[in-house]
Ligand binder design. Sequence first.
Ligand SMILES: [Zn+2]
Length: 362
Amino acid sequence: MSQPLHLRGVVLPQGEPRELWIADGTIHTEPVPGAQTICTEGWIMSGLVDAHCHIGLGIEGAVSVETARAQAVADRNAGVLLIRDAGSPSDTHWIDDEAGLPRIVRAGQHIAAPRRYLRNLGVEVPPEQLADQVEIEARRGDGWVKLVGDWIDRSAGDIEPLWPADIAAQAIARAHQVGARVTAHCFAEQSVQELVRAGIDGIEHGTGLDDDTIALMAEAEVALVPTLININNFPQYAEPAKQKFPNYFAHMEDLYRRRRQTVGKAREAGVGIYAGTDAGTVIKHGRVPDEIIELAKVGGAEFALGAASWRSREWLGAPSTLDDGDWADLVVYAADPRVELEVVRHPSLIVLRGQLVDPNLG
Ligand SMILES: [Zn+2]
């Protein structure tokens, strides 16, 4: 049994000075005998969440266990103690047995239509098999299924939905029957309009959101994980296609230009917005501080911090307020991140499952 720990500091989001004790992996609000004081001042909050991350995935598809471990360690060292994996070709359930690695909520493998997504990443099925595949991925994951909602259609020269709306609705209904929620990668307008109306539970990126669809998302509590640091790469992604697919290029540029306005409208409408990096292919692991800083440009520091910690945890069903009996998963900063947001780049302490994290250990 490890030594109990003791911290004193200002706990967010309430912003009140508190004392916390940690024993047996959980938070205690009454003194625990023999506890070692590891913090006497600082700003303490529930561990960060990366709500759109891919562990076990690289540009070429599945990666080795060693690489997957390094990815998870990079995320953890940034303060990310809970990950929603948004699709991976690797089975990463071995991570659940490693106390030093973040907790993961998985979505199985991306589901795409044949030759309509990046090679080696998704499982590719024709529309008539979508519902069956959704059920398979629901059983492989931990409560989420990930669809590729749209992608470039080379014959059309632009971004097009992968699934007819009625097929998508049947597949989402199937996921709900087996107790899973569905989210989808959507860059453009049509896929997100159709999938929200088809009863989907989450939207990734969502750059094509219109006002009516935003209103529907707020009403039906459909989550949005914009991955702003990934959207920042849209011009770079589209550049090689500029000559051959000018409409696609112009479309991506337009979605990119109004990205903050789009996410800002969703925030104002009351859509639940969560911090996700899309680490796994182009984006490196451990960049959730960058996503927090991008989200703050849309809704301020407190909004961005909640999107990466307490609000995201609540949405995923994880403890979020460091109360008695909660998981002892927390981060400590030397300054108030609501005032000095850049401090999120340098957590002074990270505690995962009640253990002080040593960044040098995998
Ligand atoms: Zn992704």
